[in-house]
Design a protein around this ligand. Structure first.
Ligand SMILES: [Zn+2]
Length: 402
């Protein structure tokens, strides 16, 4: 039995009347009430993984862009920024404008390559964004960001993050040394003298954030017992798919993605992702968000013909379409539709209506709910193999005559 999830990134509104009358509805808290998550962690938890397994956002971004990460490396997200030096580095622009790949590579040639025996290398990502790889033994990814995330603030000192180990303190120390040296050497770059002559702000700081270290994680198949795929158009989701060994198919058109999911025999779980509601919210225009959701409402029509499996409609987090918040910690509406599944009195998909629905769950309950509604569960006390599984395994380790 196939499950198709329609994941409306950053959702929050109404509609889907046709589906709702057949649905079993409720609300889902991504992590804890009031805690604001990014897309990758919200998905990571929904896919059945625990917080302590999370390898860091830079890793997921990096894998999504097909970059190679060594076992003894940590990776940080970076951006070429503009600062004024006054008792610290005062941040004017977190990402300088009009900086292409070639400029980034030239700027990176001015960066120091070695500090205390640790090797530093930089790779371009897009526009003024990139990755900083630090190679060496005993590095820790448990370090804080230098990027304060908002302009007109001071660049932050990198500190050990919730980890008092020697490794975390040492890693923070070498990153701080690197950042100060980098800033001085960037002043000498020809890219910057050229930018100044054109009236552009010089890229005189390399901001860092979201440190991560590669982890070998159990595959989605092993974790949840389902052959799975993500359909979408996002390097982040692609990175997550690769990390969790899910198939990834790129399709930016939501309607086509749904049609593809319906045609995909042989898969047990298909996650159809659209970034459109989230993008509309980030424009901070509620009317644009309404327009996008109405558009999605038309595009989901093909799913009405999918009768043989389980349909899930939900979001990963809330993205308010006004105010300063990036995302918000509110719960999100969720709806399950399947043959013989319970239904309830909720007739519209939305926060106000689904709050009056049948259940309230957390992100980590998402996969167990799907296993249950797609009839894959097994009794909790049964022991099939070394580890407790919530699903009936398709393969077992057979006993052989020795
Ligand atoms: Zn998201």
């Amino acid at each position: 039995m196939r499950t198709i999830t329609l994941l409306l990134d950053g959702i929050g509104d109404r509609v889907y009347k046709e589906l709702c009358s057949r649905g079993y509805c409720g609300m889902m808290t991504p992590l804890f009430p009031g805690v604001e998550l990014g897309t990758e962690l919200a998905h990571f938890l929904m896919f059945g993984y625990k917080l302590d397994e999370y390898p860091g956002r830079a890793i997921i971004d990096c894998i999504g862009e097909n970059k190679k990460i060594l076992d003894n490396e940590i990776v940080l997200r970076t951006s070429w920024a503009n600062v004024s030096c006054e008792e610290g580095f005062f941040l004017n622009e977190r990402f300088v404008e009009e900086l292409d790949k070639e400029d980034g590579i030239k700027l990176s040639q001015n960066l120091v390559k070695d500090i205390d025996g640790y090797k530093f290398r930089w790779e371009h990502s897009y526009d003024s964004h990139g990755f900083l790889f630090i190679e060496g033994n005993n590095l820790s990814a448990n370090v804080s960001d230098s990027d304060p995330f908002y302009n007109n603030q001071f660049v932050m000192k990198v500190e050990e993050f919730e980890d008092d180990s020697f490794e975390a303190r040492k890693t923070a120390e070498i990153i701080n040394k690197f950042l100060v040296k980098a800033s001085k050497s960037l002043d000498e770059s020809l890219v910057n003298s050229d930018r100044i002559s054109k009236g552009l702000a010089p890229a005189n700081f390399l901001l860092t954030k979201w440190s991560g270290k590669m982890k070998t994680l159990e595959s989605f198949y092993k974790k949840n017992g389902m052959k799975s795929a993500i359909i979408g158009k996002s390097n982040l989701l692609k990175g997550l798919a690769k990390l969790l060994k899910m198939e990834y198919f790129e399709e930016g058109n939501f309607k086509k993605a749904i049609e593809t999911a319906i045609s995909m025999e042989g898969f047990d779980y298909i996650h159809v992702h659209t970034k459109l509601p989230d993008q509309a919210s980030h424009k901070k225009d509620p009317f644009e968000k309404v327009r996008v959701i109405e558009e999605i409402d038309k595009e989901i029509e093909p799913i009405l013909n999918f009768k043989e499996g389980l349909i899930v409609v939900t979001g990963d987090h809330t993205t308010p379409s006004f105010g300063k918040c990036i995302h918000a910690g509110d719960d999100v509406p969720i709806m399950f539709i399947g043959e013989r599944l319970r239904t309830d009195d909720v007739m519209e998909y939305g926060e106000r209506t689904c709050t009056k629905g049948s259940f309230k769950i957390n992100g980590e309950d998402f996969m167990p709910m799907i296993l249950n509604f797609s009839n894959r569960t097994k009794l909790f006390h049964l022991r099939a193999g070394k580890k407790r599984r919530l699903y009936t395994p398709k393969e077992v380790n057979p006993l052989k005559d020795v």
